[in-house]
Ligand binder design. Structure first.
Ligand code: SAM
Length: 288
């Protein structure tokens, strides 16, 4: 009984994504490790260290230049926490702050409680915002979840603030963009909120079909094992079936690079870096 995918409308996809992430929020971190054999940690570490937050080559006179990082679809905080750690501890730049934003309050709330273990200075540099990546002019600070029955999906009618044009130095989205209903619209919003010279960076599952044997093993794992693990560990086969199918449907590296260029970004070289044979890829663009 998995989601009949090819015919879904934008609003149906939105509803599915809402129920999937509300349902997986509590088991999300454990499942990531199981499904990827821990590889997601390696990819995330690489993503963050190559972006090198807190390092300001252009203003070497001011090695602690302030930076505003916006982590979109930030979920339970893996990218945001790594960004802060790298900026504050590796680059010794305390003037880097991170806004972690997600459409789902259940995911963000898990992130908020995890953040209690961070050093106080990092907690102070972190803010949590509910928003749909497709319209960052409608946002609000993370609200507490008061009851189990509550709708945890962000309702734009409750928005209280906006992310201004040209206000962000680095926009990150990890394993989020394939869930968006309207990816070109989200890319245009990324472009709007970034400062000129600002960087869009995306870590996402991609196509690993350059090596057929590797790819067939990977496909077996995804389509057979992941829904089964989802059922056994999280008691939720459908959500994990959705995750696997959404990976399958996401555009290939070249096509996604072209979408980034169409939104106005400049890319260097081919525009992406494959990780683990293309199981994941990092795409980057700069707003001119
Ligand atoms: N970035 C985190 C990480 O790497 O662990 C979380 C990734 S999780 C697989 C995907 C997240 O995308 C979920 O938290 C989900 O709520 C969020 N999401 C889905 N659609 C969204 C949208 N339109 N706007 C913002 N966030 C969205």
């Amino acid at each position: 009984t998995h989601f009949g995918f090819s015919t879904v409308t934008e609003s149906q996809k939105r509803a599915m994504v809402a129920s999937v992430f509300t349902s997986v929020a509590d088991s999300y971190d454990k499942m990531n490790d199981l499904m990827s054999f821990g590889w997601h940690r390696v990819w995330k570490d690489h993503f963050v260290s190559t972006l090198n937050p807190g390092f300001s080559p252009l203003s070497s006179s001011d090695p602690s230049a302030p930076q505003h990082i916006l982590d979109i679809a930030g979920g339970t905080g893996d990218i945001a926490f790594r960004m802060l750690h790298h900026a504050h501890n590796v680059n010794s730049n305390p003037n880097v702050r991170v806004t972690i934003s997600d459409i789902n309050r259940a995911m963000l709330s898990v992130g908020k409680s995890r953040s209690a273990d961070l050093p106080a200075s990092q907690q102070a540099a972190l803010s949590f915002v509910e928003a749909n990546a497709e319209d960052l002019s409608l946002t609000r600070p993370l609200q507490p979840i008061l009851s189990q029955q509550e709708q945890t999906f962000f309702d734009p009618a409750t928005a209280t603030s906006s992310i201004p044009d040209n206000s962000v130095d680095l926009y990150t989205v990890a394993f989020g963009i394939r869930n968006f209903s309207n990816i070109p619209q989200a890319l245009r919003e990324a472009y709007r909120v970034l400062k000129p010279g600002g960087v869009f960076a995306c870590l996402e599952f991609s196509k690993a079909d350059r090596h057929p044997l590797f790819n067939s093993v990977y496909k077996e794992w995804s389509f057979r094992a992941i829904p089964l693990i989802g059922q056994l560990v999280a008691g939720d086969r459908d959500s994990y079936q959705y995750l696997v199918e959404s990976i399958e449907r996401f555009p290939r590296q070249e096509e996604f690079r072209d979408m980034i260029v169409d939104a106005g970004f400049r890319v260097a070289g081919q525009g992406w870096e494959d990780l683990t044979g293309g199981v994941a890829a990092v795409h980057r663009g700069m707003k001119p």
